[in-house]
Write a protein that binds this ligand. Structure first.
Ligand code: AMP
Length: 365
């Protein structure tokens, strides 16, 4: 079976590697060579608007998916009109737009930060009445890793942020969170849903630095609540594939921040800490194969490698570490790999996480 993957970054690379393991053939479509096309000899490297190349790609695969939601929607829709496509493009639309995303979450009974559609500057002048200050002005589409947003303390600053961002925006109230969590789930073509253990995520300047699983001190009741919210959402979206939801944990409960309709950085630990990884489960779901076991093998963590690769020998000298390097050119602020850690006890994981972070963060740029 030939699995088409739109997009050429590290998520596409790890999906391709998971497909290879199952004896399936990944076919990457991307505008140029990159770390995903390096993982398969079946790449189609053409511009997103090369319609003839796109159609030929669609005809050459049995089923198709995308690695990230920023692939142009017209591309997804064109390919989906020609070959089976998961997740369905209509599920993709609201996750690309923070306003539609908030409405989707609220319609599924999932709490979010209070928000306002900044349709015009008048809306920005009055946003304090609805969401209070501080507030975050965010691009409706295209922002990622903390980019495309500004924290504002007044209506004047909000108007200025809108002008600076210079594209449709929303404003969100500031959520006084204690920590950030995420849940990654897989839904098969037959409607089966499987959840990975929720991760606790630590970001610096909007970029994920490390994840820890299981999220410390998360009660069974809270885990079940996150699963129930996620189940309602994916059923409402008729979603097939892997999906992640990012959450803020607050004094008063959980508030959803964002939906990622794809494999997620906070689920990379599953490559080494779960029976079946998020990448393999996405491929299984897309290929209408039975889902694999999402259970954890024990405590796990993931440390992102950002900006510069640490000395490999120092990382490999640690016990039970699994580096995953993407083959990308090093650049400050760029995710170029991650290290997965596994341990038998929470204490052993804590110690290993501290050692790994010290090595990785010494060169983080
Ligand atoms: P995002 O790109 O929306 O995931 O935001 C990047 C980071 O900014 C999040 O991981 C949070 O740390 C922080 N953040 C985003 N929205 C809010 C909010 N409404 N209240 C507090 N912190 C937020």
């Amino acid at each position: 079976m030939r699995i088409g993957i739109l997009g050429g970054g590290q998520l596409g690379r790890m999906l391709a590697m998971a497909a290879h393991r199952l004896g399936l053939t990944p076919v990457i479509y991307a505008p140029g060579p990159g770390c995903a096309s390096a993982a398969t000899d079946q790449s189609r490297l053409h511009a997103w608007d090369d319609l003839a190349a796109l159609d030929a790609f669609a005809e050459s695969v049995d089923v198709c998916t995308f690695e990230v939601e920023h692939v142009p929607l017209e591309v997804v829709e064109r390919v989906a009109a020609r070959v089976a496509f998961h997740p369905n493009p209509s599920a993709l639309i609201p996750t690309r737009d923070r306003l539609l995303e908030k409405r989707l979450l609220n319609n599924a009974g999932i709490p979010t930060a209070p928000y306002v559609d900044l349709a015009d500057e008048e809306a920005a002048r009055t946003l304090g009445d609805v969401v209070g200050f501080p507030a975050l002005v965010k691009l409706r589409t295209g922002g990622y890793d903390g980019k495309g947003m500004a924290k504002v303390e007044s209506a004047e600053q909000a108007v200025q942020a809108m002008r600076d961002l210079d594209a449709p925006c929303i404003a969100e109230g500031w959520v006084p969170w204690r920590r950030e969590l995420s849940i990654v789930a897989a839904r098969g073509g037959d409607g089966t849903i499987a959840f990975y253990a929720p991760a606790e995520n630590t970001h610096v300047e909007g970029i994920l630095r490390h994840s820890r699983v299981p999220a410390p001190h998360l009660s069974e009741a809270d885990r079940l609540l996150l699963e129930a919210h996620t189940r309602r959402l994916v059923e409402q979206m008729d979603y097939v594939g892997v999906i992640a939801i990012e959450w803020f944990e607050t004094e008063g409960g959980f508030v959803a921040n964002e939906i990622a309709p794809r494999v997620h950085n906070s689920g990379h630990w599953t490559q080494d800490g779960a029976h079946c990884s998020q990448f393999e489960n996405h491929i299984r779901a897309v290929a209408s194969l039975p889902l694999g076991d999402t259970g954890s093998t024990g405590p796990s963590a993931m440390v992102n490698i950002i900006g510069q690769v640490p000395p490999l020998a120092s990382v490999l000298a640690l016990p039970r570490v699994a580096p995953h390097l993407y083959g990308k050119t090093a650049r400050p602020g760029r995710k170029i790999g991650h290290v997965n850690l596994t341990a038998d006890t929470d204490e052993a994981l804590e110690a290993l996480l501290a050692q790994t972070r010290a090595i990785v963060e010494a060169v983080t740029e």
